[in-house]
Ligand binder design. Sequence first.
Ligand SMILES: Cc1cc2nc3c(=O)[nH]c(=O)nc-3n(C[C@H](O)[C@H](O)[C@H](O)COP(=O)(O)O)c2cc1C
Length: 271
Amino acid sequence: MTSRRMRLFAFDFQGPAHLSAGLWRHEHDRSSRYTSLRYWTDYAKLLEEGRFDGIFFADNVGYHDVYEGSVAGALADGAQIPANDPFLVVSAMAGVTANLGFGLTASTSYEHPYALARRFSTLDHLTDGRVGWNLVTSYADSAARNLGTGEQIPHDERYDVAAEHLEVCYKLWEGSWQDDAVVRDRHNCVYADPTRVHEIGHHGKYFDVPGLALCEASPQRTPVIFQAGGSSKGRALPRRARRGGLRQRRVDPGSRPSGPDGARPRRRVRT
Ligand SMILES: Cc1cc2nc3c(=O)[nH]c(=O)nc-3n(C[C@H](O)[C@H](O)[C@H](O)COP(=O)(O)O)c2cc1C
């Protein structure tokens, strides 16, 4: 019989209530402390002591205002609103743990790939390769209204945008900075060798990103990416991404990518 290892992930939200509506009223509930950094760092330490592999933060850049045509019910229940930005606590949580992985939700419909790729690279550096991306295309009209598109992009087209978004991110993570780009040559006054940092030259239907990535290569380069869309377009996205060069890999959650000698794996830059 083959033995299988159970993976443990916490699933949470940067607010008083995600899917556990009303639990904040319990006398022992501490979720109102979600605005305190200490709450999250204590939580991270507890998870690591309990041998969890990671924590995954759901997120929504809109709010629920469909019930009775108003956001009042969601506000009264604390149902996914208020909602802080999950990216900002992760470096603190990483600072008090060594192995815990962090899954972060980000929307391809409202984040620009250039800025998002930079945020993931930054966190990948600061966590020493412990971040993953829950890729969502979003579903709330309120997000569209408040983030400038007015109406939502139609469902299936959101996945077309997502596929190109991923392509841009992937080019930035894998094709811009070579592993040996940062030379820090004090004598010749060269920090990064300009011949080893490449413009990605992306000109697509939805995004135009001609230049180079702002961040040097991070431990994973491309973070672990996962998504839960269950429609046929949603399920086709990983296939489309693979056709675009994205690899599928087996990952030990919380483990850092490393070569046989424990060093960062050398990857060729796609140019
Ligand atoms: C387990 C699970 C977690 C999800 N988490 C989020 C989330 O945090 N934020 C979000 O905007 N959508 C989330 N979704 C919604 C999906 O990303 C997706 O938008 C939704 O399933 C509709 O896509 P589809 O029509 O392809 O199924 C989640 C879905 C599932 C099943």
